[in-house]
Write a protein that binds this ligand. Structure first.
Ligand code: FES
Length: 104
């Protein structure tokens, strides 16, 4: 009985180590698409195909003041909220609109 508890404890520790060392559980860093690349996207370009969000919708939400950050855009449009493949583009569009809104 005592050996069984020790074995369970050892396997639990091994499982915990795997979880802690698993890079898949680490949050992914989103590297925004460059401003130059974002500038080339037409307003009707579908940025997030999971949630049908276009570049124009993201630009409009940033320009009309209803959103001021990537988090705001994700809440309002749901862009990036499914597979996440569009997040670099969404983040790039947000960054570009923030840069454009800054006084010169
Ligand atoms: S393409 Fe945007 S969440 Fe999948």
């Amino acid at each position: 009985m005592e050996q069984s508890a020790a074995t369970t404890s050892a396997s639990s520790l091994a499982a915990l180590r795997l979880m802690l060392d698993d890079p898949a559980d680490a949050p992914e860093v989103v590297v925004p698409l460059s401003a130059a690349e974002c500038d080339l996207l037409a307003d009707d370009h579908m940025v997030c195909t999971c949630n049908n969000v276009s570049a124009g919708e993201i630009r409009t939400a940033m320009q009309d003041g209803s959103c001021a950050s990537l988090d705001d855009i994700q809440v309002k449009t749901r862009a990036g909220g499914a597979c996440g493949h569009c997040l670099p583009t969404v983040a790039g569009l947000v960054d570009l609109e923030i840069l454009r809104a800054r006084p010169a």
